[in-house]
Design a protein around this ligand. Structure first.
Ligand code: GDP
Length: 202
């Protein structure tokens, strides 16, 4: 039987920027206010539809903590889409993007679609990293960019990932995945508390 194409999407960025919750948004899981930081790396599979065709994506969640940074390289290999995440309320997480970008580009070179995501836009009243600054960085590297909120706008997160996959397929065509699928089950609890209203992303 012919294997169906599957696409590896990796989320990179400092611990606490919201990588796990962004993945939850795509999986359709509820937002988890008490999520623990990811250690090492893990992936979750999801089918998404683009132009009436179904594609399997593997969403890779990586640990952002210093002690795991060296092994993250192992997981970057074979990614079709690399998403660099910062927290719009945390300047350091933005400043550290260069570290993650360099790490991924060393391995993936031009065989990948890259994007920068400013997460937690629902906390815009606390925004430390201006949208224009991050947008310019993305433009200078020819990366896609969006400000998103895993908490307030999960649909926008899904749409953004779908758009990136579409761009990947347009650029590189459909290809077969290299890794075996294992669907991880996640449980999450809902406990919302936040700053105020949300704002739409680009
Ligand atoms: P990771 O270490 O990058 O995987 O970060 P997590 O996904 O575990 O999120 C870290 C913390 O930020 C958790 O307390 C989440 O509930 C919170 N968080 C994640 N995304 C958002 C968001 O869009 N808005 C808000 N307000 N909090 C978020």
């Amino acid at each position: 039987m012919e294997e169906e194409p599957e696409y590896k999407v990796i989320f990179l960025g400092n611990s606490g920027v919201g990588k796990t919750q962004l993945i939850n948004s795509v999986l359709g899981d509820e937002f988890d206010s008490d999520s623990l930081s990811t250690t090492n790396a893990t992936f979750f599979s999801k089918y998404i539809k683009i132009k009436k065709k179904t594609y399997k994506i593997n969403l890779w969640d990586t640990a952002g903590q210093e002690i795991y940074r060296a092994i993250t390289s192992l997981f970057i290999k074979g990614s079709c889409i690399a998403i660099f995440v910062y927290d719009i309320t945390d300047q350091t997480s933005y400043d550290d993007l260069e570290f993650w970008i360099e790490k991924a580009q060393d391995i993936l070179e031009n065989n990948c679609i890259y994007a920068i995501v400013g997460n937690k836009i629902d906390l815009f009243c606390d925004q430390k990293v201006q949208e224009d600054t991050a947008k310019k960085l993305a433009e200078s590297k020819e990366f896609y960019f969006s400000q998103l909120s895993a908490k307030a706008e999960p649909q926008s997160v899904k749409d953004f990932i779908g758009m990136l996959l579409e761009k990947y397929i347009d650029k590189f065509g459909e290809k077969k995945g290299e890794i075996k699928i294992k669907i991880n089950e996640k449980k999450s609890s809902k406990k919302l508390h936040c700053c105020s209203k949300s704002r739409s992303s680009n």
